[in-house]
Design a protein around this ligand. Structure first.
Ligand code: PLP
Length: 342
C-alpha cells in the first residue's frame, strides 16, 4: 500500500513550517530563539509542538509506538486534517456509513469534498461489500465508527477487515467509545494495515471533553503528514500537562467505566419496564438509543422537566429515536422517574 501516491500533490510537496521548537530540541540554559517574553509566568514559552512527553505516556498505555500517534484539539482535528491531506476538493470523495457521527460530513462539506453515505442494515450492522461498492478511483477515505454513534453497536470485525484490506485508500475507524466496549480495539492492527487510522479521544471515558484532546493512531507515514499539516502548537501546554497528569490515574477512568456500564444496565432494565417504549437498541457505548412513539413530543416533555436527551428522530434509520447518555445514578433515576410519569 503506497500512501504517498494518494496524498494531495500540494501536501506531498509541502515544505512544512519549521518553528523554533522544531529547529532546536533539547535542554539549554538561555533561550533567545523564539521571541518569547523571558519572564516565567509560567506559560511564557512555546510548548513542545509534537507533545513528546504526553505521547510517551499514551504509547505505553496503548501499546503503540509514540511515532504512531498524532494528538489533536479533539478527534475533530484529525478528522478535518485527514480530509485536507488526502482529498482534492471538487474531485475526490469520501465514503461513510449512515447513520454515524455528524462531523465527518460537516468536515467534508467545509472542504468541498463529496460525501457518499452507505446505509447500514436495518439492525445497524455493516455490509462491507456495500461500502466497497460505493467507492471509485476518486475515493480517498472511508469513515467507520465502532461502537457507532448514534446507534451504539460495534461493527463486525471481519466486515471492517474486509474494507481495510480491500480498499486502496485510508480507512478511519473512530473508536471514541471503545472504553465502554468489550470488543478489542483496532490499535493492535496498525502494523498490519498501513492504511488504517484509529481515532480515540479523551472526551468520553476519560471525562475530559472540555479539555479538547483527541488521538489519531496510524502508520508513521500518515502521522508524518498529519504533523506537517496541523498548526505547529495545536495543543497548548496547559492541555499537555493536564492530560499527562490524568493518564497517571487510569484506574479512576476504569472505575468510571465500570460504574457507567452498571448504570447502562440499570437504565436498560428500567426502560424495559415502560410499556410504551418500542425498542431499546443494544449498546457498546455510554448511551442508549431508544425508539418511542413520538420522539419530538417526548423530547419536549423531558425538556420541560429540565432533562435533556438527544433527539435523533431525523437521522437515517433512527425514526422515532432518542439518544440517552448514561449519567450518574441520581441523574438516571431522575430521568426514569420523569419518563414514567409522562
Ligand atoms: C464524541 C465523539 C468524538 C469525540 O470528539 P472530540 O473532538 O474528541 O471531542 C469523536 N467521534 C465520535 C463518533 C464521537 O461520538
Amino acid at each position: 500500500m503506497d500512501i504517498t501516491s494518494i496524498v494531495r500533490k500540494n501536501i506531498r510537496e509541502l515544505k512544512p513550517y519549521s518553528c523554533a521548537r522544531n529547529e532546536f530540541k533539547g535542554e539549554a540554559s538561555v533561550y533567545l530563539d523564539a521571541n518569547e517574553n523571558p519572564m516565567n509566568a509560567p506559560y511564557n514559552r512555546y510548548p513542545d509542538p509534537l507533545q513528546g512527553e504526553l505521547k510517551a505516556k499514551i504509547a505505553k498505555i496503548k501499546s503503540v509506538r509514540a511515532s504512531q500517534i498524532m494528538l489533536g484539539v479533539g478527534s475533530d482535528e484529525p478528522i478535518d486534517l485527514l480530509i485536507r491531506i488526502f482529498c482534492e476538493p471538487r474531485a475526490d470523495n469520501i465514503v461513510a456509513i449512515d447513520p454515524t457521527y455528524g462531523m465527518y460530513q460537516v468536515c467534508a462539506d467545509i472542504n468541498d469534498v463529496a460525501y457518499r453515505k452507505v446505509l447500514l442494515n436495518e439492525d445497524f450492522s455493516l455490509d462491507a461489500d456495500l461500502v466497497l461498492a460505493a467507492t471509485d478511483a476518486h475515493t480517498k477515505l472511508i469513515f467507520l465508527c465502532s461502537p457507532n454513534n448514534p446507534t451504539g453497536n460495534s461493527l463486525d470485525r471481519e466486515e471492517i477487515r474486509k474494507i481495510i484490506s480491500g480498499f486502496k485508500g485510508i480507512v478511519i475507524v473512530d473508536e471514541a467509545y471503545i472504553d465502554f466496549s468489550l470488543e478489542p480495539s483496532w490499535l493492535t492492527e496498525l502494523d498490519t494495515y498501513l492504511n488504517l487510522v484509529v481515532l480515540q479521544t479523551f472526551s468520553k471515558a476519560w471525562g475530559l471533553a472540555s479539555v479538547r484532546c483527541g488521538m489519531a493512531f496510524a502508520s508513521e507515514e500518515v502521522i508524518g503528514y498529519l504533523n506537517n499539516v496541523k498548526y505547529p502548537y495545536n495543543l497548548n501546554l496547559l492541555t499537555q500537562e493536564f492530560v499527562s497528569e490524568q493518564l497517571d490515574h487510569e484506574s479512576r477512568k476504569s472505575e468510571w467505566v465500570k460504574m457507567l456500564l452498571e448504570q447502562r444496565t440499570f437504565l436498560q432494565e428500567q426502560l424495559e419496564t415502560i410499556s410504551w417504549i418500542e425498542k431499546i437498541y443494544p449498546s457498546d457505548a455510554n448511551f442508549l438509543l431508544v425508539k418511542v412513539p413520538d420522539a419530538n413530543l417526548i423530547y419536549n416533555q423531558l425538556v420541560d422537566k429540565g432533562i435533556i436527551v438527544r433527539n435523533r428522530n431525523k437521522i437515517s434509520l433512527c425514526l422515532g429515536c432518542l439518544r440517552i447518555t448514561v449519567g450518574t445514578e441520581v441523574e438516571n433515576v431522575t430521568f426514569i422517574n420523569e419518563l414514567k410519569q409522562l
